[in-house]
Design a protein around this ligand. Sequence first.
Ligand code: NCD
Length: 396
Amino acid sequence: MHDLISEIEQFCLRNGISETRFGELAMNDKPFVSQLKSGRDLRGSTLRKLKKFMVSFEAKETLSASDVSTFPQGDLAFPHHGLLGIAHLQKHEILFILDQAQQWVELNRQSSKHSDLLSGHTVINAFFENSTRTLLSFEIAGKRLGADVVNMHAAQSSIKKGETLIDTAITLNAMRPDAIVIRHASSGATQLIADKVDCPVINAGDGQHEHPTQALLDALALRNALRKRGDKSQDFNGLRVTICGDILHSRVARSNILCLQALGAIVRVCAPPALMPSGIEALGAEPFFDFDKALQSTDVIMMLRLQNERMEGQFIPSAREYHYMYGLTESRLKEAAVDALIMHPGPMNRGVEIDSEVADMLDRSIITNQVEMGVAIRMACLDIVTRSFRKVDGWF
Ligand code: NCD
């Protein structure tokens, strides 16, 4: 046991990751390393998993930024059963999804947009929370890959009749889907369902926790916008991004902080004190309460709406005051880098967190591009997570 702990310490030192991060990546379990240090016994299978993780992590991390497109072969490129959060992903796995999505961007720009990749396979979109763009985007993604796509809305589901989430999961599983996409108002609900079903699960947003496909589509939209400006880098090394809005209730903020940082960006978050989660620094983001200061030399501004449906009580004095302090206006934009890009996951509240003049800026705003990239990213995710199931060569 002692040998294993010092091996883990050496491993973390060599790779510049904290032991908490090691626990998260290796076992998908934050307190794992401290439990280990307190002398908890390990099963042989856990030990093997840890060793395998360390070997494959180091093999993949040696890929330099210039040849990241040479990803590890087969399922080592993405050794996950589904996609529940960015927190579980390593940099090269994120880049793998972005690169895979690029082919679907091309297909989606043609007049005939059909692939037979998932023909004969069933995808269930189980949405327990309202959604327009995410549901539509997943539905279009599944259909463009030739899958049979079924949408389940909470309003029509047996949840309304008192069925528990676990029973719903067991029911969905019995219909033998090949992938389930879930959106739910409770953080952790997607994990709960993923534990009960056989097929891969994709998290389409769970409470205030994560929204991984949003962060991935944001990264793809951003990378393509930077490439258009001549920046050919694979990642966002040194790029300064400010995320402003209701950080406290936002799963988009959380997934984006993790994703952008994994790709090398320097992330600032800005919100009124009541809407800033305590301990946000632990995620590596620098908190600001003054939007003008947060914008100084920022290359990318990501605006978020106020998530009123998640607020219990009064978090801000009024929408007018919020706009005055935290709204992105044309004059405030001058605080940022001259050509700073503007992003928003939608839905936008024009005149509250963002003014129309800014949201619609042709050369700076990539908001509609984010929506476009959403379909491509979801096609890539549906393809990748079903590969083992579909017995694609090398994916077992
Ligand atoms: C986001 C969400 O649902 O978390 N929207 C989205 O997926 N496009 C952000 C939001 O609702 O504000």
